[in-house]
Design a protein around this ligand. Structure first.
Ligand SMILES: [Zn+2]
Ligand SMILES: [Zn+2]
Length: 321
């Protein structure tokens, strides 16, 4: 089968024939029908985040189960599945407290690009290929742990729902789960790419009062308006903190940073009111440092991070309508 391989950071992907092993204990083989393209793929490909090479990117996949390994109980051949970045063991303290995106077994898998059972199932001749996020969806098929896959209804269009595996769940979850925006409250969304537009939809679903979209590209702001934003601020023309303060009468109840840019994170924290909350949903390069004035804490503000929107992966089933 073919897969897109990154041999060295900052070089083009190469589409080549590779070997995919049979699924091992609790693993499944999924024929990929569609995969989203997320900015985090680019972070890893540029070396902004450490990752063993060569690896196969792609972490928003959807497809059909073709084979199951020993011990698999959650899916069977023929099932349609959504692949999810947040493998969760279901047994650790974080999983038990209902925050599976913080599973203690997940981070090493994400950093080492291996499968939860250890090692990889992808090879090019004698060369080992690594699976980004334990997935590797830029390929015709993948072998993943069954807990990286969520069975979904068969009439859900796979080319649409695949982005629930990362970007859409991250954005919607950042608004609904992490910020926990309530009806009537105001929220400023910094960055209107896939995650930001999803955060706007999440805020709309939650009944937010004033939804303020901020970006530097007018076409993205137009899309933000179409999806539920009440106010659009072009940060290349207007200073966003001042505009948010003007619209909300002193600062938004919540701000969500959806880019992964530390300067924008500072702006987002500055845009929330006294006692407000800033949620960082964008992934910044690992070496970046966030510099914020402690005075914000004197004003009772909170800044926090949202890991894949704090979703419970199995709940993504219900979003596949
Ligand atoms: Zn992603
Ligand atoms: Zn766990």
């Amino acid at each position: 089968m073919k897969a897109a391989i990154l041999y060295e950071t900052n070089t083009p992907l190469k589409v080549e024939d590779v070997t995919l092993d049979d699924p091992q204990q609790n693993e499944i083989l999924v024929k990929i029908v569609a995969s989203g393209v997320c900015h985090s793929d680019l972070h890893f490909m540029k070396g902004d985040m450490p990752q063993p090479v060569p690896f196969v990117p792609g972490h928003e996949g959807a497809g059909i189960v073709e084979k199951v390994g020993p011990g698999v109980t959650t899916v069977q051949p023929g099932d349609h599945v959504l692949l999810n970045i947040a493998f969760s063991c279901g047994k650790c303290p974080r999983c038990n407290e209902g925050r599976p995106t913080l599973c203690v077994e997940n981070l090493p898998i994400q950093m080492m690009a291996t499968l939860p059972g250890g090692g990889t199932r992808l090879h090019k001749g004698d060369q080992t290929l690594y699976h980004l996020f334990g997935l590797a969806c830029f390929a015709e098929s993948v072998v993943v742990h069954e807990r990286s896959a969520i069975k979904i209804r068969e009439d859900a269009p796979l080319d649409v729902v695949c982005v629930l595996g990362c970007g859409v769940s991250t954005g919607i979850g950042a608004a609904i789960n992490t910020a926990d925006v309530r009806p009537g409250e105001s929220i400023a969304i910094f960055g209107c790419g896939g995650v930001g537009l999803s955060a706007i939809m999440g805020a709309k679903l939650a009944g937010a009062g004033k939804i303020i979209a901020i970006d530097t590209v007018d076409s993205k702001l137009n899309k933000a308006k179409e999806l539920g934003a009440d106010y659009m601020v072009n940060a290349s023309k207007d200073e966003p903190q001042g505009k948010v303060a003007e619209i909300t009468g002193g600062g938004a109840d919540y701000a969500i940073e959806c880019i992964g840019n530390v300067n924008v994170m500072v702006q987002a924290l500055g845009a929330v009111r006294t006692g407000g909350t800033c949620v960082v949903a964008g992934m910044a390069p690992l070496a970046d440092t966030l510099s914020i004035a402690p005075f914000h804490f004197l004003l009772g503000k909170t800044i926090t991070w949202s890991t894949q929107g704090d979703v419970v992966p199995i709940h993504l089933q219900k979003m596949c309508i």
